[in-house]
Structure formats: structure tokens, C-alpha cells
Design a protein around this ligand. Structure first.
Ligand code: HEM
Length: 399
């Protein structure tokens, strides 16, 4: 194995850019080719099957008896403590416990506070010079919201932000090796665990926050033990921050790339929820998820062998012409819109109501304060390096 192969073997298929994306220059172009030519395809380089059609992606995401979420094991070969990587029946037990704490009511109650944080962030912006949506709003907002939900003290926020940034950093191949990145991530999660341990100790007297609710939530007499509680707190950061940043950024791109769309929403704010759903479909913040075959299984005329990895490309399913009319176009009032941006089946995103609320609130405030917001037409936006997430690094706007 040469050093590049070793690096590819260490990285999961979700970190390596598929050759087809590099060749076509666009992930959506690649999807379109693959849906037509090889909708279930094995990629030797990434050692993963790729699945592109809506119905096949739906099956891979939801048929947990054939496709396991336990794609990786811990250092000593044990099952992961992370909800996202558990299979039923273990998954059902833990999901029921966290569902009790992460209720729609608790999320809805965050609405006014999310609006307040959004206003504060925008107050800092110099409206003559415009702003970078990512740096000034969509990056800090979800981080502050989750920090507050978890009971992180204001004075610790910078520390918390540092750990959370490191955890979601993708491998760019530029400044360091995959091993160095993995080591930094391990260090950040160790420090974060240490910090959460202290937060949990402080909660021996329950307070009005998610950690207190998680400590008391129980199902059939069982509560979360400490390792599961810590893993869950970490998962909220990893799963919820960058995704929501990209949802807000991508929605603003969708609403400003065609002249007149932003105005249409200013005049008709009732369309906002549909516009956000359409942005989730058209520019899905998570493009794909990985599963592992539990036994040999046939899919789309191909035989997937036990233990092989499968990447289910939701970003492609969401643009499948057999499922969505004019799939390649952003239609602000699309209805119905059965996109799979939040996944499908037992692992359906636990944070979807919070992500939708944050996006709706941030956009409502922006529409209200900046009815003439626009992006420079023709400016080239740099995409994030990982093929599995879709978002831009900066998004300059003017008012
Ligand atoms: C636009 C924003 C978001 C997107 C696109 C998104 C997407 C997803 C997807 C696709 C899954 C399913 C993974 C799978 O099937 O393996 C998932 C699961 C999950 N998400 Fe989100 N997510 C978002 C925001 C959030 C937020 C804000 C939180 C919490 C603060 C969150 C917490 C979770 C958790 C805990 C799971 C695991 C659920 C389980 O395994 O049962 N997500 N998310």
C-alpha cells in the first residue's frame, strides 16, 4: 500500500471526494450521470457502494435489518455509545429516553430566545459594508443555541466553540495528515467530556436545561448512564451545528441567486416554511450517510456482500426526476416535498424541529430587517471540502 492508499483506508468513504465529482466538477452533475448509468455502483477507491435513486436510498436508510448504522467500532471493538451508530433494539431504548428530554415543546420554547440571539448578532453588523452570513450569523447562531441548551456558561463559550469547531472539521488534506486530524479530534472530545462531566456534577440540583432533563429522563425505569449521556451531548454538537449553519446559508443562496425571490418572500412571508423545505431538498446540508451490509443483500440488481459499506446519497435522491417534478429546479412553493434531507426511518433527525425553528427564525429576522438583501451576482462561492456536507465557506451579502 502506498501512503495515499493508507490514507484512504484510514479515512471513511465519507471523507474522500469521489472521482466522478472531481471529473464532472459538480456533485449534482455526478449524481445525474450515476442515476442514469450506474444507480448502484461500487467505488474501489473509497471501498464503498454508492446508491443514487430515491427508492434505493429510502431502502438503505430505513431497512435496518439489512443495513446497519454500526459502521465503525470503538478502539477495543465494542459497540458505539453514539445513538447515531446504534441499531435496534438498542437504538429504540436510547432514542426513547432522549426523546423524553428533547421534546417539541422544549424546542418550541426556544423560539423567542433564538430571535433575540439573531438580533444581537445582526446588531454587530455594519450595514453599510454588508456581512458574511456564515461568519456573522449562521455559524455562531446554532453554536450559541446548543451551548445554552446544554447549560454551557457564557464565560466558557469560546472554549466550547474551539472544541466544537475541531470536532466538525473535515479533512482537507492541506496542512496535516489524517492521523494528525484524528489526534486533534480525540483531544478535543476528551476535553469536552471533561467539561460536560463538570456540567453534570453541577446538575445534581436540577435546572431548566437539557442536561437536567436528560439526567432525569427514564424509560421503563432506565436512565441514561454517564457514557451514553456524554456521547449524546457530543453528538448534539457534531450533528447539529454545521448542518444548521449550512441550512441557513444554503437557503439564503437559494433565495438570492434568482433576482426577485427575496422580494417575493418579503411580500409573502407565509411561503417561508415551504422555501426552507425546498432548500433542504435542493441543497441538502448532509448529502449522504453510510451504512454497512449485515448480510449479503441484493439492491438494484447488484449483490452487496456482508460487511461492505454503502453510501446512501440523499442529495441525489432529493433530485431524482422520478420522484420530483423539475427536480433540478428550486421551486419556492413546492408541495408536497418528501425530501430525505433529515434521513428516513428510525434514525430520522432528532434535531429537525430545532433546525427548522432556527432557520425560520433567522430568516424571518433577516427578511424583516433587510428587505433589500442581495448577493453579488456571479461571485464564486467556495464549497466546503467534504463531499458529504453541502455548504459554502463564506457568503457575503449586501443590503
Ligand atoms: C439542517 C440541519 C440538520 C440536518 C440536515 C440533519 C440531518 C440528519 C440526518 C440525515 C440524520 C440521520 C442520520 C442517519 O440516518 O444515520 C440525523 C440524525 C440526527 N440528528 Fe440531525 N440534522 C440537522 C440538525 C440537527 C440538530 C440541530 C440536532 C440537534 C441539536 C440534530 C441531532 C441529530 C441526532 C441526535 C441524530 C441521531 C438520531 C438517531 O440516531 O436516532 N440534528 N440528522
Amino acid at each position: 500500500m502506498d501512503s495515499k492508499d493508507q490514507a484512504s483506508a484510514m479515512l471513511s468513504p465519507n471523507m474522500i471526494v469521489p472521482r466522478g465529482v472531481k471529473e464532472t466538477g459538480s456533485i449534482f452533475e455526478w449524481y445525474s450521470q450515476m442515476r442514469g448509468q450506474a444507480p448502484v455502483h461500487y467505488d474501489e477507491e473509497r471501498r464503498s457502494w454508492d446508491v443514487f435513486l430515491y427508492d434505493d436510498v429510502h431502502r438503505v436508510m430505513s431497512d435496518y435489518k439489512s443495513f446497519s448504522s454500526q459502521t465503525r467500532r470503538g478502539m477495543s471493538g465494542q459497540d458505539s455509545d453514539m445513538l447515531l451508530m446504534m441499531d435496534p433494539p438498542k437504538h429504540k431504548k436510547y432514542r426513547s429516553i432522549v426523546n423524553k428530554a428533547f421534546t417539541p415543546k422544549a424546542v418550541e420554547a426556544m423560539g423567542p430566545r433564538i430571535a433575540e440571539i439573531t438580533h444581537k448578532l445582526l446588531d454587530r453588523v455594519d450595514s453599510d459594508a454588508g456581512m458574511d452570513i456564515i461568519r456573522d450569523l449562521s455559524f455562531p447562531l446554532p453554536m450559541i443555541v446548543i451551548a445554552e441548551l446544554l447549560g454551557v456558561r457564557e464565560e466558557d463559550r469560546e472554549l466550547f466553540k474551539g472544541w466544537s469547531d475541531t470536532l466538525v472539521e473535515g479533512f482537507s488534506g492541506m496542512e496535516e495528515t489524517p492521523q494528525q486530524l484524528a489526534a486533534r479530534k480525540n483531544q478535543a472530545s476528551r476535553e469536552l467530556y471533561g467539561y460536560f462531566m463538570k456540567v453534570i456534577e453541577r446538575r445534581q440540583e436540577p435546572q431548566q436545561d437539557l442536561v437536567s432533563a436528560l439526567l432525569t429522563a427514564e424509560v421503563e425505569g432506565e436512565k441514561l448512564d454517564l457514557p451514553h449521556l456524554l456521547s449524546f451531548c457530543l453528538l448534539l454538537l457534531v450533528a447539529g451545528n454545521e448542518t444548521t449553519t449550512n441550512l441557513i446559508g444554503n437557503t439564503i443562496i437559494c433565495l438570492t441567486e434568482e433576482p426577485g425571490r427575496w422580494r417575493q418572500l418579503v411580500d409573502n412571508p407565509g411561503l417561508l416554511d415551504q422555501a426552507i423545505e425546498e432548500s433542504l431538498r435542493y441543497r441538502s446540508p448532509i448529502q449522504g450517510m453510510v451504512r454497512k451490509a449485515i448480510a449479503d443483500v441484493e439492491l438494484g440488481g447488484q449483490m452487496i456482500r456482508k460487511d461492505q459499506l454503502i453510501t446512501a446519497w440523499m442529495g441525489s435522491a432529493n433530485r431524482d426526476e422520478y420522484k420530483f417534478e423539475q427536480a433540478g429546479q428550486f421551486r419556492i412553493d413546492r408541495h408536497p416535498n418528501p425530501h430525505m434531507a433529515f434521513g428516513m426511518g428510525v434514525h430520522f433527525c432528532l434535531g429537525a424541529p430545532l433546525a427548522r425553528l432556527e432557520a425560520r427564525t433567522a430568516l424571518n429576522v433577516l427578511l424583516d430587517r433587510f428587505p433589500n438583501l442581495y448577493t453579488q451576482q456571479g461571485q464564486s462561492l467556495r464549497l466546503l471540502p467534504s463531499p458529504m456536507v453541502y455548504g459554502v465557506q463564506q457568503l457575503p451579502v449586501r443590503f
